[in-house]
Design a protein around this ligand. Structure first.
Ligand code: 16C
Length: 247
């Protein structure tokens, strides 16, 4: 059968060989494995996770962590979305072609390196949060198939001599993000848009890289993380409507 452009670009079911020979591979493999495992761990209240946002099937937890007065609160969010697969979710999160359509914190995005079908390096600048300085980030992004019916994207800060930190107006922030998705459908049935459900675990830790007022920062993320997850998931549902389900 003829393959559409979308099918060719979907996250590959196995790791791309070009990635496994790249200098970043050992780090990408280790951090992705750790992040995916942590993403599916339950958030018991005893681990210090506090619920801060809840809407429908979406729940968001944070842990308050400050290092030298800088807020580095880890975030963990759970959600359930009907009618799209884990692979589709990760396709729209990973592929830069769609990013400006759902990512509202973004000012600019540059692809620094195209490592393989499943790994890219990005430089991004973000909208400025008054009264802090503007931030940028340089990170690799890797999408992979994991356990059964599971796909995940991991983003993690890196360095590149062509993009030195704190060179212009921006302060470099450091980020570790994982979007892990698992699809399920009724036993004995074939998966379809009508019976598939995808569970999402989104984990994020942002080190602001330099001073930013704690109160402002916490107020911004309490507003922005729920906005992101609701907007991103409904964007994917909209994009997939009427297209064949990609498992
Ligand atoms: O994961 C997300 N997006 C991915 C693709 O872009 C990628 C990005 C990660 C960067 C996350 C850091 C964003 C910092 C934004 C600072 C500016 C916010 C402007 C708000 C609008 C006025 O993995 C989705 C990311 C969703 C981000 C939600 C906002 C989190 C804020 C965290 C605090 C940042 C400290 C900034 C210090 C001034």
């Amino acid at each position: 059968a003829e393959r559409t452009r979308d099918e060719v670009e979907l996250p590959p079911p196995a790791i791309d060989n070009r990635l496994t020979v790249h200098p970043l591979w050992p780090e990408i493999d280790r951090i992705s494995t750790e992040q995916i495992q942590a993403a599916f761990e339950e958030v018991g209240g005893e681990n210090g996770w506090q619920l801060f946002a809840e809407e429908g099937d979406m729940r968001m937890y944070r842990r308050e962590v400050e290092v030298d007065g800088m807020v580095m609160d880890p975030l963990k969010a759970m959600h359930k979305v009907r009618g799209v697969s884990a692979r589709e979710m990760c396709h729209y999160f990973f592929n830069p072609r769609y990013r400006y359509e759902w990512e509202t914190t973004l000012e600019t995005m540059t692809i620094v390196e195209q490592v393989s079908r499943d790994a890219l390096v990005f430089h991004q600048t973000f909208k400025r949060i008054w009264p802090a300085s503007q931030r940028d980030a340089l990170f690799w992004s890797h999408v992979r198939a994991s356990h059964a019916n599971t796909y995940a994207v991991t983003n993690h800060s890196t360095t590149n001599p062509d993009y030195p930190p704190n060179a212009g107006a921006c302060i470099r922030l450091f980020v570790t993000v994982c979007l892990a998705c698992r699809s399920s459908w009724p036993a004995g049935e074939q998966p379809t848009r009508d019976n598939i459900t995808t569970s999402i675990a989104y984990c994020s830790t942002v080190n602001p890289g330099g001073w930013a007022p704690a109160g402002v920062l916490r107020a911004v993320y309490k507003r922005e993380y729920p906005k992101f997850l609701k907007r991103f998931t409904s964007y994917v549902v909209d994009q997939c409507r009427g297209k064949p389900l990609a498992i």
